[in-house]
Structures are given as structure tokens and as C-alpha cells.
Design a protein around this ligand. Structure first.
Ligand code: CAO
Length: 568
């Protein structure tokens, strides 16, 4: 573990750049490239990304501070950082350049106009054309991408205006994004958008046309008209906004919930004052940024404002919100009919519920049933009990079932696979890891026994007991529950003649084991008592066909009927 000082990187020689937003808090675990702080000069704002992952242990700056290159922003605790990595002294050198900083470098004429501060009281608009030179024909001005240093072919992630919109000087026209930062290109002049060359999802370089503005003689009228063309609903319904995330159900849910949000609404004539990252996030979750009240310096909308709005939106969203067009279960007040008691589900229970629901909705389940005659296996198992006691392990049918399943999975590799999310490929796993469902007081958990095909029955017996105990003691780690290929859910000692287990996606099959019972079995000449173990195999019918399932179960029951087959 080491502590790294994260400093302000090279910002094109600009000094005294104001901190307008701190995006992280002490204690946060952050990723490399995550935004730490938003700095704003009188020309542009930019986000400083973290050069490395780690835990924030101290923040050395405050909103309103003025920073220059080399100033310490915060300290990060790095776990497992090798000694050769950057020392605190040269951290700033190692930082990725946060932004192409076109507006922070000495600007050519066009750029200084394009980067004019949105909020400055001293806006010095330098229109391309003198609007006082009146003529009867409308004056059209081409607005181009300003000089952005060396950066070329920068992604256009947002087009902020539409044809017909009135814009005032400083209004954002497009948002560009490099792999280091996002930046807005503001309008250098006021006017009406008469053509739009920039498109979301394309790229832009300096000098490329963004749009054409028809100059309007009366700037006051433009301001007034522009304020009307910025109704909150506009950005919400913007047909230009083809951002993928906005089409998702979650985004729609947030969006529909936000339409009734109890947040304080900016008046339509207010300019929305927010950085590119905040705008992007708002767009991705389908939130109308104009509806959010900014609490940052000078009313700037900061990430925390957005998080609060999302939280309020989700709280406002009814828990029974229908998904995928499925009618919602009505919310019933059961106390009308008698006394009730409310109990919150444990985290494990909630996670299981979510996984089961996801699997149930996504996977076409089929369940196939069979009984395995385990009379000989039971006799053999009973004969091992004394030895098991000497070895200090408990020998139940489960380790035999696991070993038999491993053999059946090797023989029927489709069951040891996952369906690729494209639905076009099967991912065959070359290892055989089997999960076992364990019933604990807090809910169902599925620890995974690795390389079952390579382990002895004794090893499997010891490991299943150990994993089940860990599960019951809540000592399982995330790793212990990952990487399964197939699951065995044994309700054997609890009871029941059969059940239809739900597949633990992305696995494609699961074996349910019920309570063995003695049944009469016809041996060709007479009925003999046999210990029959009910098995139910649920499988994903997209990946596996009935014939495959029949072969798998037949193979499995044959092994369980004569365990010597494992040696073949
Ligand atoms: N039929 C009859 N008896 C069975 C049996 C079966 N199919 N399977 C196990 N038994 C017996 C065992 O042999 C043992 O008896 P003996 O001590 O006399 O040999 C007894 O039942 C208790 O076994 P166990 O439960 O302690 O051990 P196990 O290896 O069979 O199972 C575990 C371990 C962790 C799988 C189990 O404790 C468990 O949690 N099962 C529940 C899984 C579950 O909830 N599945 C449903 C998922 S979907 O909601």
C-alpha cells in the first residue's frame, strides 16, 4: 500500500484556475480516469481525471480555490502499487493530459470567441460580420469548430441545438469528447440556426462547419426568443438526442418519474449551467437537466445535484412499475383484512429474487424428470461411514452427485456452456466448476466447487461441507461464488418428490435433487425394493434441446446406478 499525491497536471500554462466542482469525497474508491475535480478558467471548464485507481484519503482543495499546475488536489491510497510506479513527486508528470484545453491555450481569434465564458458579464462577442451593416438579405454566418490544439477527429457526443432555434452568444452548440475530457463549443454570436452540419456520433476537427446562423439585428429579441426555445421539454424530447442509454427501460423509468419530480424547477429563461460530464450523465439516464436545481458555485449543476435528482426520481417511481409490458401486481393494503407484520428482505434474499426473476424472464426453461436407482450407491456410501469418520468428513450423496454430474458435463459439453449474449454462440467451458445451492437463514447462496472432475469423492465431501458451513457463517467471498458452469440444488434431506429449479444464469442447466424413497422396481422377474433418487433437470431451451437433456439424464442416472462407471 502506498499514498500518492494527485496534482494538477499541465493545463497549458494557465494559472489560478478556479475549482468549481469536486467530484469525489474522502473514502471514495475511485477508478483510473474517473473525474476528480472540475476547473474553470474564464474561457472553458475541464475535468481532471485520476491517473490511477485508489481510495481517496484526503482532499486538499475546496470549491472556489484557484489552482495551477503542480498544486496538490488530493491523496490516494493505492493498494498493491509496485515500487517502480511513480513517486509522489512525479505524479503530476505521469498524469494524462486532462483535456485538449483548446480554450486554455493561447487562442487564435476564432477560438477566443468560441470559448467565451457562458456566464461572463463582460462578454465581448466578436461576430464574424458587422450586424450594423444592414441590408435587406439575411446575413448568414458559418460557425466552425475552433482550433483545438493537436486534437483531431473528436467525437461529437451532443448537438445542443436544432434548426430554427434562436441562440444567444455563449449558448452551447455541440459537446465534443476525447478520451480525456469533454468540452462544449459555445456560440460566438447570437442568431437563428438555419442549417446544421454537426451530427451526434460523428467526429469533428478544427475548421469543420458546425452550423449556420442567420444573424438577427436585435440582440434583445434574440435573447427573448432563445429563452423560449429552451423550454425544459425541448431537450427531453429532442429528436436529435439519439443517446443509446436514453432508450433503455431504466432511463425511461427515470425520465417518466422525473416528469413528476418535486424538484425546484429553473425558470425556462435560465441558462442551464453545468459541465459536459454532468450533461452527459443526465442525458444517459434520461433526466432533463433544465429541471435540476444547481447548488454549485453560481448555481452550477454539479454531480451531487444530479445524483439527488436521480434518487428522488427513483423514490418517486412506484416499486410495482411494470417492466417489459408485464402488468404490475396491484399494491394491496393487507392490513384491511387482518393484522400484518412487515419484515425487510435480507440483501441475499433480494439479490436472489432479482437473479431468479431475471432468469425466469429471459430464459425459456424446460424441466426433465427421472429417478436414479441409487440402491448400490447407498450401500457403498453406508459402508464408507466409518472411514469417513476417521477422515473427519461427512459423506452424503452430494459428493457422488457432483462427481457424476462432472462426468455427465464432460460427456455432454453443451451443458458445460453459456449462451453468448448475442444469442449466436455457445461458450464452451474447458473447466468443470459446479455450484451447490445452500439454504442459509439469510437466504439462498451458491458457492462454487472448482475442478470437480479432477477431485476425489473424499475431497469433494470435505469441500462441500466446508463451503456449506462458510455459507451459513456468511464467510463466503465473492470469488467463492463465481465461475460456476452448472448448479446442483439438493433438497434431498428436506423432502419433496420433485421440483422445477430455476437456472442460475448465465449457466444453461441446473439439477434439482429431491428426497430418495424406496420404490418397487421390476427386475424382469419380480418387483424388488429400490432406493430411487428423484432428479429434475431444468435447461435453457435456447442452448439445449430435449434430446440433449434426455441423453444427459440417462448418462447421469446410469453412473449413479453403478458408480463403477466413473472409472471407465
Ligand atoms: N434423500 C434423502 N436423504 C438425503 C438426500 C436425499 N436426496 N440428500 C442428503 N440426504 C441426507 C444425508 O445423507 C444426510 O443424512 P445422513 O447424515 O444420515 O447421511 C442428511 O440428509 C443431511 O444432509 P445435509 O443436508 O447435511 O448434507 P447434503 O450434503 O445432502 O447437503 C447442502 C448439503 C448444503 C446442499 C444442504 O444442506 C442444503 O443447504 N440444501 C438446500 C439447498 C436448497 O435450498 N435448494 C433449493 C434451491 S431453490 O430454492
Amino acid at each position: 500500500m502506498s499514498i500518492e499525491l494527485i496534482k494538477v497536471p499541465d493545463i497549458g500554462g494557465t494559472e489560478g484556475v478556479e475549482v468549481v466542482e469536486i467530484c469525489v469525497a474522502v473514502g471514495d474508491q475511485i477508478e483510473a480516469e474517473q473525474s476528480l475535480v472540475v476547473l474553470e478558467s474564464d474561457k472553458a471548464s475541464m475535468e481532471v481525471p485520476s491517473p490511477m485507481a485508489g481510495k481517496v484519503t484526503a482532499i486538499e482543495i475546496a470549491n472556489g480555490d484557484e489552482l495551477s499546475e503542480g498544486d496538490v488536489i488530493l491523496t490516494l491510497e493505492i493498494v498493491g502499487l509496485s515500487d517502480e510506479l511513480n513517486t509522489a513527486a512525479d505524479t503530476a508528470d505521469a498524469l494524462p493530459t486532462p483535456t485538449p484545453t483548446p480554450a486554455l491555450e493561447p487562442e487564435p481569434e476564432l477560438e477566443s470567441e468560441a470559448a467565451t465564458d457562458l456566464r461572463s458579464d463582460e462578454k465581448n462577442a466578436v461576430p464574424r460580420q458587422d450586424v450594423s451593416e444592414q441590408s435587406s438579405a439575411p446575413k448568414i454566418e458559418v460557425i466552425s469548430v475552433p482550433d483545438m490544439g493537436d486534437a483531431e477527429n473528436i467525437d461529437v457526443i451532443e448537438v445542443c441545438v436544432r434548426i430554427g432555434d434562436m441562440v444567444t452568444e455563449g449558448d452551447s452548440l455541440i459537446v465534443l469528447e476525447t478520451d480525456k475530457a469533454s468540452m462544449e463549443v459555445p456560440s460566438p454570436i447570437a442568431g437563428r440556426v438555419v442549417s446544421l452540419a454537426a451530427k451526434e456520433g460523428t467526429t469533428a476537427s478544427a475548421g469543420m462547419e458546425i452550423l449556420q446562423l442567420e444573424l438577427v439585428n436585435d440582440p434583445a429579441a434574440v435573447t427573448q426568443l432563445a429563452s423560449f426555445s429552451k423550454k425544459p421539454d425541448d431537450s427531453f424530447l429532442d429528436p436529435m438526442d439519439t443517446g443509446s442509454a436514453t432508450t433503455s427501460q431504466a432511463a425511461n423509468a427515470v425520465a417518466s418519474a422525473t416528469s413528476s419530480l418535486p424538484v425546484e424547477v429553473n425558470s425556462p429563461s435560465d441558462l442551464v449551467y453545468a459541465g459536459p460530464a454532468v450533461r452527459r450523465l443526465a442525458r444517459e439516464v434520461g433526466l432533463d437537466i433544465a429541471l435540476i436545481k444547481g447548488t454549485g458555485p453560481r448555481g452550477r449543476i454539479i454531480k451531487d445535484d444530479l445524483k439527488l435528482a436521480i434518487k428522488e426520481a427513483l423514490t418517486a417511481m412506484p416499486a410495482t412499475q411494470p417492466v417489459s409490458g408485464i402488468p404490475a401486481v396491484p399494491d394491496i393494503d393487507f392490513s384491511k383484512f387482518g393484522e400484518v407484520k412487515l419484515e425487510s428482505l435480507s440483501k441475499i434474499h433480494r439479490a436472489t429474487a432479482q437473479n431468479m426473476h431475471r432468469s425466469w424472464l429471459n430464459v425459456p426453461h424446460v424441466t426433465q424428470f427421472d429417478d436414479a436407482n441409487i440402491s448400490d450407491l447407498e450401500e457403498f456410501r453406508q459402508s464408507l461411514k466409518a472411514e469417513a469418520e476417521r477422515r473427519g468428513v461427512k459423506i452424503t450423496p452430494l459428493p457422488f452427485l457432483l462427481k457424476a454430474c462432472a462426468a455427465a458435463l464432460r460427456e455432454n459439453p453443451k451443458f458445460n456452456a453459456s449462451l453468448h449474449t448475442s444469442g449466436h454462440q455457445l461458450v464452451y467451458k474447458q473447466y468443470v466448476n459446479i455450484g451447490i445451492a445452500v439454504d442459509t437463514p439469510l437466504g439462498l447462496v451458491v458457492p462454487v466447487i472448482r475442478d470437480v472432475d479432477k477431485k476425489s469423492i473424499w475431497e469433494l465431501a470435505a469441500e462441500t461441507v466446508e463451503m456449506a458451513q462458510k455459507a451459513k457463517d456468511r464467510k463466503l467471498k465473492i470469488d467463492d461464488m463465481q465461475g460456476g458452469c452448472f448448479t446442483v440444488s439438493s433438497l434431498g434431506n428436506i423432502g419433496g418428490q420433485g421440483f422445477t429449479p430455476i437456472i442460475n444464469v448465465p449457466e444453461v442447466a441446473i439439477l434439482g435433487v429431491s428426497k430418495l424413497s424406496v420404490k418397487p422396481l421390476w427386475n424382469g422377474t419380480e418387483f424388488v425394493p429400490a432406493k430411487m433418487l428423484p432428479l429434475s433437470l431444468s435447461y435453457d431451451h435456447r442452448a439445449i434441446n430435449g434430446g440433449d437433456a434426455g441423453r444427459f439424464l440417462t448418462y447421469l442416472t446410469a453412473i449413479l446406478a453403478d458408480i463403477r462407471r466413473l472409472a471407465l
